[in-house]
Design a protein around this ligand. Structure first.
Ligand code: ADA
Length: 573
């Protein structure tokens, strides 16, 4: 699902739809022998283990599709995401393997005189540290399997546009740097044409060094991107035989003491953590539902989403670009300890995944922050080099965005000086202390963030919340009741809105989500769901929805879109 066509000249074949499918059982890929018998069908995108026929199954599954590629032509496949590990075969030959269920990756198809080509994917959703070191069973969300995001086939000329990164150099004047990378046959020079919003801004021979050139372009009629007015510009790049269309927003993210600034103005981030999950689709959320989620958030007065705890669907980020939401985009991780932090195999997988995340998401104006490794053991000496390496990689890939990570070790953490924004996860009134202590605990953490870094920098509450069983409205207002959750979150929102030293809030969490079925987890997770959602898993609001909305609007943080339309005279009070 693309919100706008990415190519006019290049032939792109959408491979979403029905694929041949078979579930092979709980075996290791090395044990797979002989010809695969395809006995069923599966929709792409979809998590196969979210369908009633294969619900909860773990093992290997095979997917097949016949492709048509012009004889001896270059071609590449783009996979939005495959959970969790996959091997890709073309005409029976292994061409690639990929691990990590939430990032986009590309696969080159070997040239052939044959037109019809058989594509087979062996997909594994079994927990295997060897194959999928970034996803482990103990995590507090359910790891689905299958081709969970869209797939497309790109038929390519000999030299083609591989990637283009747009960096805003001056958001007021509309100057942008475009780093253009070529794929296929090397070229030292090539004619390039660039148009912005339909006006040609460059048309000349361009010299490429190692297949890369940086073009500085001027937006003819620059309009800034903001949460209230998320204006997007279109860039069309043309080579003699290929093209690419990209969108960008003219905006700048920076910090000044305890504030996060968007285009020079302080902005308070108010929002939620959101898992990509639904009982019937797993992480393959239909675009209509993505928009529905954002509409609910907007109604509550939110402007911010932390994509917990993995890179988000590109379609979701596209909708955030268009609707003016701000996003914390985070690489996959959950409470890893010293064992993983000091393991090269794990670090390599993290680094590859960070590269893929940045490559796919770098042009989204909605993404203002990168994060890694939720709640890792940041108090252990093994973690410091790991955080230095991975955060360093992020800074190297993208110096224009803020860097953070969600820290739960707080007092004991030894990594907090490495970030631009200090973010703490803590649960007063749920895992410790009482509901009456919420405001004071928040204030204590603001102070703690300053003491730990010895400097004043923005502070975000990256997780806070309480569980409520949908529909359990109990006169006693105990923990697990909707009333308790609503009251706790009201106190959180009021304190955050009133406290000038807090730059942002991401409530845990947008909606209930399926989680690990291990006995250890299940006993504190009724139904094997994490029930701290403001909505249940079908997006039915709990009482907290109204209390958050009331708290944000009474503090002047009402829906920016409503405010804009009101100012424009389109709505009465
Ligand atoms: C942690 C974690 C979340 C979730 C939450 C909870 O802070 O980061 O993923 O597990 O706790 O519900 O306890």
């Amino acid at each position: 699902m693309l919100p706008y066509p990415h190519h006019d000249i290049r032939r792109v074949i959408d491979l979403c739809g029905l694929w041949d499918f078979t579930f092979l059982g709980a075996i290791a890929p090395e044990k797979l022998k002989g010809k695969i018998n395809f006995t069923d069908y599966m929709m792409v995108p979809q998590a196969f283990d979210a369908t009633p026929a294969y619900a909860g199954m773990r093992g290997l599954a095979a997917y097949r599709k016949v492709l048509e590629i012009p004889s001896n032509s270059a071609a590449r496949l783009r996979f939005g995401a495959v959970g969790m590990w996959c091997r890709i075969l073309v005409d029976g030959k292994r061409v690639a393997e990929h691990s990590g269920g939430y990032t986009e990756f590309w696969v080159d198809i070997p040239k052939s005189a044959k037109i019809q080509r058989e594509l087979i994917l062996i997909v594994d959703n079994q927990f295997s540290y060897e194959r999928s070191p970034m996803q482990e069973e103990y995590f507090d969300w359910y790891h689905y399997g299958g081709i969970t995001r869209p797939v497309s086939l790109h038929i390519l000329p000999d030299t083609y546009i591989k990637h283009a990164v747009i960096q805003v150099r001056d958001w007021r004047k509309g100057t942008v740097d475009v780093r253009l990378s070529l794929g296929g046959v090397n070229k030292d020079t090539l004619p390039v044409q660039a148009a912005i919003d339909g006006q040609i801004v460059l048309d000349r021979m361009v010299a490429f060094n190692n297949n890369t050139a940086t073009l500085t372009l001027q937006t003819p009629d620059p309009r800034p991107w903001s949460t209230e007015s998320p204006h997007l510009h279109f860039l069309d790049l043309r080579l003699p035989a290929d093209d690419m269309r990209l969108r960008y927003g003219l905006r700048k993210v920076s910090t000044r003491r305890e504030k996060i600034l968007l285009n020079g103005n302080p902005i308070k981030l108010l929002g939620v953590n959101r898992h990509e999950g639904h009982p019937q689709f797993g992480p393959a959320i239909p675009p209509a539902l993505m928009l529905g989620d954002l509409q609910q958030l907007r109604a509550m007065g939110c402007n911010f989403i932390r994509g917990s705890h993995y890179p988000q669907d590109q379609c979701f980020l596209d909708i955030c670009d268009e609707t003016g939401f701000l996003v914390w985009e985070e690489n996959t991780g959950w409470q890893q300890g010293p064992r993983q932090m000091s393991d090269e195999h794990f670090l390599d997988a993290q680094e590859r995944s960070i590269d893929e995340m940045v490559s796919a998401s770098v042009n989204h104006p909605s993404v203002i922050m990168w994060g890694i490794l939720n709640e890792a053991s940041t108090d252990k000496p093994e973690s410091r080099p790991c955080f230095e390496r991975l955060l360093g990689r992020l800074r190297e890939l993208d110096p224009t965005r803020l860097i953070t990570y969600a820290d739960s070790r707080r007092e004991r953490s030894i990594c907090l000086d490495l970030v631009d924004v200090v973010s703490f996860n803590f649960y007063p009134g749920w895992y410790y202390a009482e509901i009456e202590d919420v405001a004071e605990e928040i204030q204590r953490h603001v102070q703690l963030a300053r003491e730990k870094t010895g400097t004043v920098r923005p502070f975000i509450i990256s997780e806070i919340g309480a569980a409520a069983t949908f529909g359990w409205r109990d006169g006693h207002s105990t923990r697990w009741s909707e009333q308790y959750q609503a009251e706790l979150l009201k106190r959180v929102c009021n304190e955050v809105a009133a406290n000038r030293n807090i730059a942002g809030l991401a409530i845990w969490q947008f909606c209930d989500c399926r989680t690990s079925e291990s006995a250890r987890k299940a006993l504190s997770r009724p139904r094997c769901f994490n029930n701290k959602g403001i909505f249940d898993e079908y997006r039915r609001p709990k009482q907290a929805f109204e209390s958050i909305k009331a708290a944000f609007s009474s503090n002047g943080h009402s829906d920016p879109h409503v405010a804009r339309r009101r100012r424009a005279g389109k709505l009465k009070n």
